[in-house]
Design a protein around this ligand. Structure first.
Ligand SMILES: [Zn+2]
Length: 110
């Protein structure tokens, strides 16, 4: 099995909705650090699990300098964002999203 990871930094805003009707989070931005983990038993014809460029394009093009509430069809928590990214990248089995170094979510396919 081959394993790769790619770390991407994006700047994006979000406003998380919660069930607490007394709390309303304002729209705010983060410099998110996203690490995408991929694996495959077989390499493609270029000798790769998946091209690092493809991973970067899938994440950056969709999310960088965006309001996540406007571009994603769900409540943009860090957890939901990790799961969504995992579904965008071929051979991805795990995504780690750092909203800040203290606030981190991981989603694993297994
Ligand atoms: Zn936030």
């Amino acid at each position: 099995m081959y394993y790769i990871s790619k770390t991407i930094e994006i700047s994006a805003a979000h406003c998380v909705k919660t069930a607490d009707e007394h709390f309303s989070e304002p729209l705010h931005g983060h410099n998110w650090k996203v690490t995408v983990f991929c694996r495959s038993a077989q390499l493609n014809e270029d000798g790769m699990v998946v091209d690092f460029r493809i991973i970067k394009d899938k994440v950056k093009n969709a999310l960088d300098h965006k309001n996540l509430n406007e571009v994603l069809p769900f409540n943009p928590t860090t957890e939901n964002l990790a799961r969504w990214i995992a579904g965008q990248v071929p051979h991805c089995y795990k995504v780690r999203v750092e909203e800040t170094s203290n606030n981190v979510a991981e989603y694993c396919i297994d």
